[in-house]
Design a protein around this ligand. Structure first.
Ligand code: MEV
Length: 452
């Protein structure tokens, strides 16, 4: 059980780690050794990582893999992918290779607008507020000039400001809904700063006007915040080929494959249980590139799942048609991404990831990420509707078990060959491993188990 602690955030890093080790671990020295062994060798790099968040004690490693051979809008990319789940990078690379010879991925940004709100309560005559709306907006724009100057110089800024009456849904509730173009930045700080400033403009105008009653002047700004739901920041990526071209070296019947694949997508369109897993697979590809490029995967996850429910029932983010002899498979998702600001200039691997992608602008990155999601979904559905998903997963699963058993490289080679035509159930791998080493097979649970 953890103990209460006072003023923790002010303690030194060493003090925090010692307190943590002494109060949480059976072997405090070992815990300290593990925390510190993951520090970067260069103290200045470590300091930078420490300062990303609060109370940092160590670094949490995730593998950064790469998926080559992505042809997106006729340009070749190698995708950086930061993810802990085995098979995701391999699946992306396989899909990329498959579509490389069938026209590649075609993607385009449908819209690039971000939205923020001032949520406020107005106790009075909404029509009066409406009459003052233009005047308030003019002041809002004037008061945010200092904040928007740089963004405007880059071609972005505030696109529109609109008063929305929400009193039908919640008593006294109104919004200012503000649309922004934040160019190559995700824009959260910019949007929130503008909104906070604008809320002050509104209050000032209302308070100064003799038209409003004392009660109306007492309007309450509840909060000023961007919305992570970005249905107007939308990208579409597509793959398309003649159905006969779906034939591959495994001798798959293209018509049969297309039919089953199409059905799998239809199922995800109408069945939320399946849609959730289907979309989870898409997010494997989306999040991995988002993390590698220093973007906010929680924001994108939230937006995508809201978008998936926009018609009242959670549904697939990808769609498929079989028409006029063509297989067309596409994704349409909201992606609010940035290539400047945030971690993009601070995290050395984020910088490298962006360089690996040819330093794309935000819209290009949207196309890349959407293609990664589509590629991932294609690979998952292809496996699910043909060989089954376990075949590919189990190969990596075997590796995870062997790593848990601290197998040598020679042993890994041996068991990879041994299990090539078998399903590597956890117990079978442990038994075979122990037999080869000539050691007794431990009782169930004596060896740490992964998912089997
Ligand atoms: C596993 O991470 C993702 C899949 O379950 C996706 C899917 O079922 O479509 C394979």
């Amino acid at each position: 059980m953890s103990k209460k602690v006072k003023g923790f955030s002010k303690w030194s890093k060493k003090g925090k780690i010692e307190w943590l080790a002494q109060n949480h671990f059976v072997h405090p020295e070992k815990a300290i050794e593990t925390f510190t062994s993951y520090w970067h060798a260069d103290p200045s790099v470590q300091k930078r990582h420490d300062e990303f968040i609060e109370n940092t004690v160590s670094n949490y490693f995730l593998p950064l893999g790469v998926a080559p051979n992505f042809s997106i809008n006729d340009k070749m990319y190698t995708l950086p992918m930061a993810i802990e789940e085995s098979s995701v990078v391999a699946a992306a690379a396989k899909s990329a290779q498959f579509w490389l010879h069938r026209g590649g991925f075609k993607a385009h940004v449908l819209s690039n607008t971000k939205i923020g709100h001032i949520h406020f309560l107005f106790y009075g005559d909404g029509a009066k507020l409406e009459r003052y709306s233009d005047r308030i907006q003019t002041e809002m724009r004037k008061d945010t000039e200092r904040l928007t100057a740089n963004m405007e110089a880059r071609g972005g800024g505030i696109l529109s400001i609109q008063l929305v009456d929400k009193t039908e849904h919640l008593a006294d509730y109104y919004q200012w809904e503000v649309r922004f173009d934040t160019r190559d930045s995700m824009g959260a700080n910019f949007i929130n700063s503008c909104l906070e400033q604008m809320s002050k403009s509104m209050k000032r105008i209302v308070e100064a006007s003799s038209e409003f009653t004392a009660e109306e002047k007492g309007l309450d700004v509840v909060m000023c915040i961007l919305s992570n739901y970005t249905p107007e920041c939308l990208v579409r990526a597509e793959v398309r080929c003649r159905i006969e071209e779906l034939e591959d070296k495994n001798g798959i019947d293209p018509q049969e494959f297309a039919r089953k694949f199409h059905q799998a997508v239809r199922i995800a369109e109408i069945e939320p249980y399946r849609a959730t897993t289907h979309n989870k697979g898409i997010m494997n590809g989306v999040d991995a590139v988002i993390l590698a490029t220093g973007n906010d995967f929680r924001a994108v996850e939230a937006a995508c799942h809201t978008y998936a429910s926009r018609n009242g029932q959670y549904s697939s983010l990808t769609h498929c048609t079989l028409e006029d002899g063509y297989f067309t498979f596409w994704i349409e998702i909201p992606l609010s991404l940035g290539v400047v600001g945030g971690l993009t200039q601070l995290h050395p691997l984020v910088k490298l990831s962006l360089e690996m992608l040819g330093n794309p602008n935000a819209q290009e990155l949207m196309c890349i990420v959407a293609s990664s999601g589509l590629a991932q979904n294609f690979a998952a559905l292809r496996a699910l509707t043909t060989t089954g998903i376990q075949k590919g997963h189990m190969k990596m699963h075997l590796f995870n078990i062997l790593n848990q058993l601290e197998a040598t490289d020679e042993e890994k080679d041996h068991f990879t060959a041994f299990f090539a035509d078998k399903v590597p159930h956890h117990a079978d791998v442990v038994a075979a491993f122990c037999e080869r080493r000539g050691i007794p097979v431990p009782l169930v649970g004596a060896l740490k188990k992964g998912n089997s």
